[in-house]
Structures are given as structure tokens and as C-alpha cells.
Design a protein around this ligand. Structure first.
Ligand code: SAM
Length: 231
């Protein structure tokens, strides 16, 4: 038996590529986006009542996950990339049905659009469903997960003076918290856990229409080197 679903919305987000997106939504509170509701769900009736809701569950398609056969065991980056666990014990994007779920903050309701933050969603992500977060049922203080028992340890993020000025200029142009998004996302250490980069190695990622370049002056420190608009 097969089931077919159509997206009800598309996310526009600060994350223009998968690299450096946090592994879970709550890790970068400044990371924001907009849910653009598709007809007929772009009508006020579809979101009536959400004024009283602070957070949403989003069910979405990992539309940019690699295609091909899924495996019963996966190697989560969080575990260093060399320990295999069952796909259903993981939040891997490469799964039998490429469906993701994230709790995000609802910042505003506009005609046909929901403004959200604390996201871990790539720009263009198709949304299958939106549901209100229900604290008494969805928050379980006694819950445990020995494979993911705490948020990642954060790296210190420093700025080359010119890069910080570039980020502030771009924040003014985009009207977005560019400095905070970069700091919160890079502090998660986006590089693969097995890499031990020398100080000369450069890393880069796109947020919005910006190329962000950094290096590791020490293994546990990042220094942002430049922010350039992609023209
Ligand atoms: N919170 C969701 C969940 O648990 O189902 C996603 C967790 S998944 C480990 C998070 C990663 O998914 C991000 O770091 C990003 O690289 C990737 N990602 C986000 N949106 C995606 C998309 N539309 N297609 C493919 N990968 C995506």
C-alpha cells in the first residue's frame, strides 16, 4: 500500500546549503525563516487559533537528502561518523521515507505566511504538515536518550575585525541577525568530527546570499575570516 502526500507549504530560510545547519532546531535560536503556505492553505482560516501558540511541529521532506537505497544501519555524524546504529535510532536524513520533524518557534502570523525561528531547515524545504506544540503532552522531563544525551559542546567563535564589520553591514542590508546566526551555527562545529584541520585550512558556507569563510586557529576555536555577498 502506498500513500501520496502533497506539500502544504515551503520554507524560506537563512540556510542556503546543508553544511553548517544545526543538527536540531533549538541549537541556533537566531536562525529564522518563513513558511510560505500554498493554496488553499494560505487563507486565514487555516491558521486561525495559532495566535495562542508559541511553537510548532513541522513535518517536512528531506528534499535534498541523497537518493538511493536506505540502509538499516547509519553512521550519525554526532557519534564521530564511525559508530553504526539502527536507522530508527537516528535522526539521519537518509531514511526509508525522507520525512523530518522539527519543533520551531512561531514568531509571527502574516497573510499566507508564518515567521519562524530556531530552525534547522534548508531553504526550499517542502512542508507536509504543521501542528501546534502541546507542552503537557510533548515535553517529557523524564525522557532519556543515551546516544544523544546533551547538546553538542560549543566552540568559541572569534572574528577577524574586518569580517565582523562585513557581517554588521550585511545585517543592515538583509535586516537579519547575521552575526548571531553565524556565531550560533559555527559554534556547533560544522566540520566532520573526524577532521583535524590545520590552521591554514579554510572552510566556507552560504547563509542567505553570503559566503562565510572561517578557519580553526586552535582545535576548539573558530575565527571568522570574511563575509562576502554572492553577486
Ligand atoms: N529535526 C529534524 C529531525 O529530527 O527529523 C532534522 C534533523 S537532521 C539530523 C538535521 C539536518 O538535516 C541539518 O543539519 C541539515 O543538514 C539537514 N537538512 C535540513 N533540511 C534538509 C532538507 N530539506 N533536505 C535534506 N537535508 C536537510
Amino acid at each position: 500500500m502506498a500513500y501520496q502526500f502533497e506539500p502544504i507549504a515551503v520554507v524560506r530560510s537563512c540556510f542556503s546549503e546543508k553544511f553548517a545547519i544545526p543538527r536540531q532546531p533549538s541549537l541556533a535560536p537566531a536562525a529564522s525563516g518563513v513558511i510560505e503556505l500554498l493554496p488553499p492553505y494560505d487563507q486565514p482560516e487555516a491558521v486561525a487559533g495559532l495566535e495562542g501558540v508559541s511553537h510548532l511541529w513541522l513535518l517536512f521532506v528531506f528534499h535534498a537528502a541523497p537518493s538511493g537505497p536506505t540502509h538499516l544501519r547509519v553512521r550519525p555524524p554526532r557519534l564521530g561518523g564511525n559508530q553504526r546504529i539502527g536507522v530508527f535510532a537516528s535522526r539521519s536524513t537518509h531514511r526509508p521515507n525522507p520525512i523530518g520533524q522539527s519543533v520551531v518557534k512561531l514568531d509571527g502570523i502574516e497573510p499566507g505566511r508564518l515567521r519562524i525561528s530556531s530552525i534547522d531547515l534548508l531553504d526550499g524545504t517542502p512542508i507536509l504538515d504543521i501542528k501546534p506544540y502541546v507542552p503537557y503532552a510533548d515535553s517529557l522531563p523524564m525522557a532519556s536518550n543515551s546516544l544523544a544525551d546533551a547538546a553538542p559542546i560549543l566552540l568559541a567563535v572569534d572574528w577577524a575585525p574586518a569580517a565582523l564589520q562585513q557581517a554588521r553591514d550585511q545585517a543592515d542590508r538583509l535586516c537579519q541577525p547575521v552575526v548571531e546566526v553565524i556565531e550560533q551555527c559555527l559554534a556547533q562545529d560544522p566540520k566532520p568530527a573526524y577532521q583535524q584541520p590545520g590552521t591554514e585550512r579554510r572552510y566556507g558556507v552560504r547563509f542567505w546570499d553570503l559566503n562565510v569563510c572561517w578557519h580553526y586557529p586552535q582545535p576548539d576555536r573558530i575565527c571568522v575570516l570574511s563575509i562576502e555577498q554572492i553577486l
